[in-house]
Design a protein around this ligand. Structure first.
Ligand code: GH3
Length: 312
């Protein structure tokens, strides 16, 4: 485990399995009508491994922000179409959380105050020092990563949350179209979890939930993601794996779980648990609700046929 892949949350630490090399590469949009500025900044950030999109037109910028998953915008304030303030307002109205840094010749304090009150992340004045721009941009990207890690997570278990599932599954479904990959989803539920809470207490139940997630991670690859759906319900989104591949991973996980002895502390007994899992394929046109319904039906069949099984 690399140190940089460990994030500290309120209650525990967890491995951020999305923090791959590919994810460190950010999409930065530069909006400026001064070609020299555009080129200097573009070259500097491309050399740092980021992907840069440049434009001098505000309306083009808005189209790009809407269509691409932009990580940060560096924008001038004075622009021929919409100015930088209008862009900030638009992002706010559309509820889009993309950090914006103003890079502008406007040095008046009132402009800085207005920009900050409208939600700009940072304000750099021209003529600029390139090293300073790089430092400020990298810091803003880091802040944004931390923000996203928080809003996409269930902080209790460290798994991703339901809202992030809706976003991520659409992104993965696009990969079916563009790269011809296969997708599948597993719906997991702990068997008779209520009895565990009733018999051993909630703290032990909590401990089991967290242990289960760490064990599950051991069975998954970087792009296979875990989402907490309800109390003891989790969804796994398998990247480039069909139902059969997902089945064999989930069976191996189920076997490791039934053989594991969970022990909260020396005063508590060893506890054995089992899990039930429903698996379904994901097609490029499936609505998210249809995917969940299919997986849930399989999970229901597992529960109805004695639990402790994986059903496709
Ligand atoms: P089944 O095999 O039919 O799914 O039985 P079950 O007992 O797991 O079913 P049910 O869905 O009724 O119970 C889920 C339990 O999970 C009830 C609730 O108290 C417990 N639970 C939900 N969230 C948490 C949590 O964060 N911590 C703990 N300790 N328990 C939780």
């Amino acid at each position: 485990i690399k140190e940089e892949n460990i994030l500290i949350s309120d209650s525990n630490y967890y491995i951020d399995n999305e923090k791959t090399e590919e994810n460190k590469r950010k999409k930065i949009l530069i909006l400026d009508d001064d070609v020299l500025t555009l080129n200097i900044i573009k070259d500097a950030f491309e050399m740092r491994g980021h992907s840069i999109i440049t434009t001098s037109k505000s309306y083009d910028a808005i189209k790009i922000i809407t269509e691409l998953d932009i990580d940060l915008i560096i924008s001038d304030i004075v622009l021929p179409e919409l100015d930088g303030f209008k862009i900030l307002e638009l992002l706010k109205r559309k509820n889009m959380h993309v950090p914006v840094i103003f890079l502008t010749a406007k040095q008046v304090i009132q402009d800085k105050i207005e920009a900050l009150s409208k939600g700009v992340d940072d304000y750099i004045t021209k003529p600029f020092n390139l090293e300073e721009v790089i430092a400020r941009v990298e810091r803003a990207l880091e802040r944004n990563d931390n923000y996203k890690a928080r809003i996409n997570r269930d902080t209790f278990t460290g798994a991703y949350n339901k809202t992030y599932f809706e976003k991520k599954i659409k992104e993965y479904q696009n990969n079916i179209k563009t790269d011809g990959i296969k997708l599948s989803v597993a719906f997991v539920d702990i068997d008779k979890f209520k009895e565990i809470n009733d018999n051993y207490g909630h703290l032990v139940g909590d401990f089991i939930l967290k242990e289960l997630i760490s064990e599950l991670k051991e069975h998954l690859e970087d792009k296979d993601l875990i989402f907490r759906f309800g109390g003891d319900e989790f969804i796994i989104l398998f990247f480039n794996k069909d139902e059969e591949a997902a089945y064999s991973i989930m069976e191996s996980f189920r076997n490791s779980i039934i053989n594991k002895k969970f022990r909260y502390n020396e005063l508590k007994p060893h506890i054995n648990i089992s899990i039930s899992t429903g698996i379904t394929y994901v097609s490029e046109i499936d609505e998210t609700s249809m995917i969940i319904e299919r997986a849930d039906k399989c999970l229901y069949r597992s529960k109805n046929s004695g639990r402790n099984s994986t059903i496709c």
